[in-house]
Unconditional design. Structure first.
Length: 318
């Protein structure tokens, strides 16, 4: 299937915004000649470049994320997470609602470390924090973890360092550019306005779900190392191989399917003011919701300090 671009008639406000970015050629219909599709796709890539340029001007931010994810076993998890981010790659996360409520994470645990400091929410987290204050038990109740530790990385789609706005931009752009390289998939752009006239850019895409590579597992490999070798998120590889019981439970000689794309289809809503994504919905090959993220109360370049990423911050519960 060749790559196709669809169109919609943009509102005056959004059309003016697009014109100011010199990407009005983005709006092409399927009825247009074949060369128009290629031009529209080139303009889509230009828009992605603008989104990446906008992200390059962000030094830090805070946001609330309403997060819904489908796990390999079909279970749906929902959370509301408060996030602080500062370049180059510092994170503070606190779960406000949903699974693991009151859990917290800071990455990195200290300058130069590849570990995160974290604690679970609920009774389990409270008990762990109490035991960590007991000198005799401190060493057997860990506070620092690798990002691929089962307690952190196996029940959610992205590890902390893959959950930033910049990483989200990179996933969107990477998949669309890959589709351009292979000449497959479909894309559509339109404005999405509410009844008050507030508009967002709506980017819709679909990719063939059955294209990819086969990988025969070697001794010593696991889903984390295999996914890294192919440049794919671990959870995407696991989701596409649901017979695997866990990321570290693959067997030598087993054949895995490594999908070319992150998912079969999705929609990304982008703010025309910030050129950053504010709402994302991704679907699997069966049309089931794979993940949904809605960003709220996003505050950019507010001057976060070292204290915001320090476990000793009195506002935190480490």
């Amino acid at each position: 299937m060749g790559f196709r671009a669809t169109c919609a008639t943009p509102s005056f406000r959004l059309a003016a915004w697009l014109r100011s970015l010199s990407v009005l050629a983005l709006w092409h219909c399927l009825a247009a000649p074949a060369h128009a599709d290629a031009r529209a796709f080139d303009d889509t890539l230009a828009l992605l470049d603008d989104m990446e340029q906008a992200w390059s001007q962000v030094h830090d931010y805070t946001k609330l994320v309403d997060k819904t994810e489908r796990l390999v076993n079909g279970k749906i998890t929902e959370q509301t997470v408060f996030v602080k981010f500062r370049r180059p790659n510092q994170f503070y996360m606190a779960v406000l609602e949903g699974a693991n409520k009151d859990g917290e994470l800071i990455y990195p645990a200290r300058e130069g470390s590849e570990l995160a400091v974290a604690h679970a929410g609920g009774f389990k987290g409270g008990l762990a924090r109490f035991l960590q204050k007991t000198v005799i038990l401190r060493k057997v109740v860990p506070t620092e973890f690798r990002l691929d530790d089962p307690s952190l990385g196996e029940w959610q789609h992205q590890v902390a360092t893959d959950a930033s706005i910049g990483a989200t931009n990179a996933r969107i752009a990477g998949n669309i550019r890959r589709a351009a390289e292979h000449g497959e998939g479909e894309i559509g752009l339109s404005d999405d306005c509410d009844n008050t006239g507030n508009c967002l850019l709506r980017l819709e895409f679909s990719f063939p779900a059955d294209v990819g590579e086969s990988h025969v597992v070697l001794d010593g490999e696991n889903l984390w190392t295999i996914a890294e070798a192919y440049g794919r998120p671990m959870y995407v590889v696991w989701y596409n191989n649901p017979s695997v019981r866990g990321p570290r439970k693959v067997k030598a000689g087993e054949t895995l399917f490594i999908p070319r794309y992150y998912a079969a289809s999705g929609t990304v809503w982008v703010s025309p003011e910030t050129l950053l994504p504010v709402h994302i919905e991704i679907f699997d090959a069966n049309g089931e919701l794979y993940e949904r993220y809605r960003y709220r109360d996003v505050q950019l370049n507010i001057g976060l300090t070292d204290l915001d990423f320090d476990p000793e911050n009195p506002d935190y519960r480490f």
